[in-house]
Design a protein around this ligand. Structure first.
Ligand SMILES: Nc1ncnc2c1ncn2[C@@H]1O[C@H](COP(=O)(O)OP(=O)(O)OP(=O)(O)O)[C@@H](O)[C@H]1O
Length: 212
């Protein structure tokens, strides 16, 4: 799916050789500042490497139109934007921006259930807690049904029980729908329990393996 060869980005990341496989759950772990977010941004073509190549399904990213790529590969940033308006509007906005067909309320309620948010679709987002907003934003990207989900600390504002519940549902959703999930997590426990592959970043080096 993704192949990185001799990728260098400033003095932040140097990746000699890395493969991220299709339809698996891959976690990216490492201390603060080791370049986890930078790696996601490279995969989403929000930034480009100074040297080296990144391939997506055997095609160099530099030859893929950014908009086309982001229809298939959707990134949820660490602090996603929540817009003024209802939960429903905030869920639908990703589909609107990417010019995909909108969905009915039943589908939206299904998504709220998936992210474990027991709220009315018409509720105003401004009054939601940080963790609730994070789940609305997660619902928004799942609704877009991308082939690849890039999630930057999707459960950082959640308590441990909710974190496990959400990640478990996300993993099931990913497997059931033959998607690929690549997520940054601060939790080695989450990474070990839920991932098929773990990418451990360290300053200036990269190690891949299944156990940390
Ligand atoms: N565009 C940029 N220009 C220069 N330095 C940058 C840029 N983007 C990030 N950095 C720096 O690169 C390093 C890696 O940042 P990054 O956000 O990728 O780390 P991270 O592993 O995701 O950290 P955290 O766990 O704290 O979120 C940091 O030292 C950051 O300050």
């Amino acid at each position: 799916m993704f192949l990185l060869r001799e990728v260098k980005y400033k003095d932040i990341l140097y990746i000699k050789n890395l493969t991220i496989k299709n339809q698996l759950i891959t976690s990216i772990v490492g201390q603060s500042g080791t370049g986890k977010t930078t790696l996601l941004r490279l995969l989403n073509k929000l930034i480009s490497p100074d040297t080296g190549d990144i391939f997506y399904n055997n095609q160099p990213l530099r030859d893929i139109n950014s908009i086309d790529l982001r229809r298939e590969v959707v990134m949820l940033p660490q602090n996603p934007s929540i817009f003024r308006g209802s939960i429903k509007e905030n869920l639908l906005i990703g589909l609107k921006f990417s010019e995909k067909p909108l969905v009915n309320d039943d589908k939206l309620k299904e998504i709220l259930e998936l992210v474990n948010l027991q709220k009315d679709l018409n509720q105003d987002c401004e009054k939601l807690s940080g963790g609730e907003k994070q789940r609305v934003a997660l619902g928004r990207v799942i609704l877009m049904e991308p082939a690849v989900l890039l999630l930057d600390e999707p459960s950082s504002s959640l308590d441990e029980d909710t974190e496990y519940l959400i990640i478990d549902r996300l993993v099931n959703y990913t497997k059931k729908n033959n998607k690929t999930l690549i997520m940054v997590t601060h939790s080695k426990k989450v990474a070990n329990q839920f991932s098929d592959e773990i990418i451990q970043l360290r300053k200036n080096t990269i190690i891949t393996g299944e156990e940390i």
